[in-house]
Ligand binder design. Structure first.
Ligand code: FAD
Length: 586
C-alpha cells in the first residue's frame, strides 16, 4: 500500500473512533506549528505571493472580465506556485500539507477564483498523478505541471452523474491491439478547462469478471489538446468568474495505455483519495477568505459613525465579529491539525478533511453575509468587495462533494464499525452456546461503554472543563449511535435525519478537539494561560458552543419530530406546493 494511504480497518481515524466512544487524542498531536526554519521559508513564499498579488491581482476586474490577466497566469507559474505541492524530483517545490494549505489560504484571501485555479490544478487536477502515477507518467506529465507550463483539470462530473459519481457514462474501450483506449463521453463543470493542458479523466472500462460483463471506473491522463477533445462555452457563473469552467467532450479520443492511471477498476478509489486531500485546501482557503472579508468589515465598523459613534461600538455588531473570530480560530485549528495528519502519513484523514470542508465552507458564506450586513447599504454595492465575497464563497458548499454528501460520508463511514460489531453480536446471539465468549465480552464492553467516559490527557489544565464537555459529547454520541443502530438496523442507511445529526455532532466534536489542541499549544508556548488570554477566550467560547450544538444533535436522535418533518416534505414534493393554502392566497 502506498505510504500516503491509511489503513482505516486497522488504524481507526479520530472521527471514526468517535462513533465507538473512542478519543484518539494521539492522532491530533503534536500540534503541527511550523518550526523557525519552516516559518522562515513559509514567510518567504507568502511575501513573494503578496508582492505579486499587490502588483498584478485585480480581483474586481477579474470578476468583471471573467478571466485572469496574462500577468496573473504567468506570475503564478514564475513564483513556482503551480508546483508547490509537486515533489522536487519532478520540478516542484515539494511542500507538505501545512505549507501548501497555508498558501492556499493566502490565495483564497486575496482572490477566490485564483484559489480555484490553483486548487483545480494542484489539489485535484494533477494530484492523482502525484499519488498514483508511475515513474514514467510523473516524468512525462508532472514536470510540466510543476513549472506551470501545463495546467491541469479534474474531470469527474457528468450531466447525469454529479453526487452519484458511479453513475458516469463516459467510456474507455480498449483497442483491439491493446495499445490504447478509445475515450467517449462528456464531462461538465470542469474548472480550469479553458486553461488546461492535461486532464485526469474518469471513465468506465468494459471488463469481464467471473464470466460476466462489467464496467469498471478507471482513471486516465488525457492530453487536453489531443484530437477529439473539445471544450464547451464558458459557463456564466454566480461567482469565481475568472476560474474558467466548461464542459469537456471526448469524441473517440485515443488515450495510450501508458496513460492509464492505476489499474482498471481503481478509478473510484483514486477520485476519492484525490478529493479527500483536495478538500483541505478548500477548507484553508475558506477560513482565510472568511478572515479577510471580516477584516474589511472591521475597518468599516471602526470608521463608520451612526448615532454619534462608530458602529463597531454597538454590541450587536461586536457579537458578529467575536462569534465569527472564534469560528475562524476553530476552523484554522482544524485544517492545521488535519494537515499535520496528512504530513505524518499513514493516518486515515478522509472524514477529518470532510469535517473541515463542511465547517470552513459554511463559515466563509456566513462571514461574507455578516460582513455585508455590517457594511449596510454599501455592502450591497458592486463598488465594494462584500457582494463578490458572498457570490464567490457560495460554491464551496457545492463542489468537491456537496456538504450533504460530506455529512452522509461522515455518518455512514462512522457507523461502519459499530454496525459491524452489532451485526456480529446479533449472529452470536443466534447460536449463544457456541458464542458465550463473544457475547460475554460484548456485554462487558457495553457496560464499560456506559460507565467509562473518555478523557483528554494532553489538554492544558486551564481548559479542563471544556475538555470534559467534549469527552461527554463523545460518550453520548457513541451511545446514541448504538441505540440508533439497534432501532433501525440496516435501515439507518435511509435515515438521513439521523445521519445529519450524527455528522453535525462529529464535526463539532472534531472542531472542538482541534481547538483544544491549538489553544493548549498556544498557552504552553506563551508560558501560561494568563500570557495567552486571547487564545483562552477563543477556546472558551468555541468549545462550549460546539458542545451545546453536539448535545442538541445527539438528543434529537431520540426525541424528534421526524415523522412530521417527513410528512410536510413529502406532501410538498407530491403536490409541488410548499405549504398549506395561505389565508391571503387568492
Ligand atoms: C463552479 C463549479 C466548478 C466545478 N468544478 C468541477 C471540476 O473541476 N471537476 C468536476 O469533476 N466537477 C466539478 N464541479 C461539479 C461539482 O463537483 C458538482 O456540481 C457537485 O458534485 C454536485 O453535483 P450536481 O451538481 O450534479 O448536484 P446533484 O448531485 O444533482 O445534487 C443536487 C442536490 O442534491 C443533494 N443530494 C444529492 N444526492 C444526495 C444524497 N444521497 N443525499 C442527500 N442529498 C443529496 C446534493 O447535496 C445537492 O444539494 C464543479 C461545479 C461547479 C458549480
Amino acid at each position: 500500500m502506498p505510504s500516503h494511504l491509511a489503513d482505516p480497518d486497522h488504524n481507526l481515524s479520530f472521527t471514526r473512533g468517535l462513533f465507538l466512544g473512542d478519543l484518539r487524542e494521539d492522532l491530533l498531536l503534536p500540534f503541527p506549528a511550523p518550526d523557525k526554519e519552516g516559518l522562515e521559508s513559509l514567510t518567504a513564499i507568502l511575501d513573494s505571493y503578496r508582492a505579486f498579488a499587490k502588483a498584478h491581482l485585480d480581483t474586481r476586474k477579474q470578476d468583471h472580465d471573467g478571466k485572469f490577466s496574462d500577468a496573473v497566469l504567468a506570475g503564478m507559474a514564475e513564483l513556482g506556485l503551480m508546483g508547490l505541492n509537486i515533489p522536487e524530483a519532478y520540478g516542484g517545490f515539494g511542500a507538505g500539507a501545512i505549507v501548501t494549505n497555508r498558501v492556499f489560504g493566502e490565495i483564497g484571501a486575496t482572490d477566490a477564483a485564483l484559489a480555484v485555479y490553483f486548487g483545480a490544478h494542484q489539489s485535484i487536477g494533477c494530484k492523482g498523478i502525484t499519488l498514483f502515477g508511475t515513474e514514467d507518467q510523473k516524468q512525462r506529465w508532472l514536470t510540466s505541471c510543476a513549472s506551470g507550463a501545463r495546467i491541469a483539470g479534474f474531470c469527474l462530473t457528468e450531466a447525469g452523474s454529479g453526487s452519484d459519481a458511479q453513475a458516469m457514462r463516459t467510456s474507455a474501450v480498449p483497442s483491439a491491439d491493446g495499445s490504447h483506449y478509445l475515450l467517449n463521453g462528456q464531462k461538465i463543470w470542469i474548472s480550469n478547462a479553458g486553461y488546461a493542458g492535461v486532464f485526469t479523466v474518469f471513465a468506465k472500462v468494459p471488463t469481464v469478471v467471473d464470466g460476466k460483463a462489467k464496467e469498471r471506473v478507471t482513471a486516465f491522463i488525457v492530453d487536453a489538446h489531443a484530437p477529439g477533445v473539445s471544450l464547451g462555452k464558458i459557463e456564466e457563473k454566480m461567482g469565481i468568474k475568472a476560474s474558467d469552467t466548461r464542459s469537456v467532450s471526448f469524441d473517440n479520443v485515443q488515450v495510450p495505455v501508458a496513460d492509464r492511471l492505476g489499474d482498471v477498476g481503481q478509478g473510484f478509489k483514486i477520485a476519492l483519495e484525490v478529493l479527500n486531500a483536495g478538500r483541505l485546501g478548500l477548507a484553508a482557503a475558506s477560513t482565510r477568505g472568511a478572515q479577510a472579508i471580516l477584516e474589511v468589515a472591521l475597518a468599516h465598523a471602526k470608521q463608520r459613525e451612526q448615532f454619534g459613534r462608530s458602529i463597531g461600538s454597538f454590541e450587536m455588531i461586536q457579537r458578529k465579529f467575536a462569534s465569527l473570530a472564534v469560528d475562524v480560530y476553530a476552523s484554522d485549528a482544524a485544517w492545521m491539525v488535519t494537515a499535520g495528519m496528512v504530513d505524518r502519513g499513514g493516518i486515515d484523514f478522509s472524514l477529518e478533511t470532510a469535517a473541515c470542508k463542511v465547517f470552513g465552507s459554511e463559515l466563509v458564506f456566513r462571514a461574507a453575509s455578516e460582513a455585508l450586513q455590517i457594511a449596510g447599504g454599501i455592502g450591497y454595492s458592486k463598488e465594494y468587495p462584500y457582494e463578490q465575497a458572498l457570490r464567490d464563497s457560495r460554491i464551496n458548499m457545492i463542489f468537491e462533494g456537496t456538504n450533504e454528501i460530506q455529512r452522509a460520508l461522515i455518518a455512514l463511514s462512522g457507523l461502519q464499525q459499530p454496525g459491524e460489531e452489532l451485526k456480529a453480536i446479533g449472529k452470536a446471539f443466534k447460536d449463544p452456546l457456541r458464542s458465550i465468549g463473544a457475547i460475554g465480552s460484548f456485554l462487558s464492553e457495553r457496560v464499560k461503554k456506559k460507565l467509562v467516559k473518555p478523557e483528554f490527557e494532553q489538554v492544558h489544565a486551564s481548559l479542563a472543563d471544556e475538555a470534559a464537555m467534549i469527552a461527554e459529547n463523545i460518550h453520548d454520541l457513541a451511545l446514541a449511535v448504538e441505540r440508533a443502530l439497534l432501532r433501525h438496523g440496516k435501515e439507518i442507511i435511509e435515515r438521513q435525519f439521523d445521519q445529519e445529526r450524527m455528522a453535525n455532532a462529529a464535526i463539532d466534536i472534531y472542531l472542538a478537539a482541534c481547538t483544544l489542541v491549538r489553544a493548549s499549544w498556544a498557552i504552553e508556548q506563551a508560558g501560561g494561560p494568563e500570557k495567552a488570554p486571547a487564545d483562552l477566550d477563543h477556546a472558551k467560547l468555541f468549545v462550549p458552543a460546539a458542545s451545546r450544538r453536539a448535545r442538541r444533535a445527539v438528543r434529537a436522535m431520540d426525541r424528534n419530530q421526524d415523522a412530521r418533518l417527513k410528512g410536510i416534505a413529502e406532501r410538498a414534493l407530491a403536490s409541488g406546493v410548499l405549504t398549506v393554502k395561505l389565508p391571503t392566497d387568492a
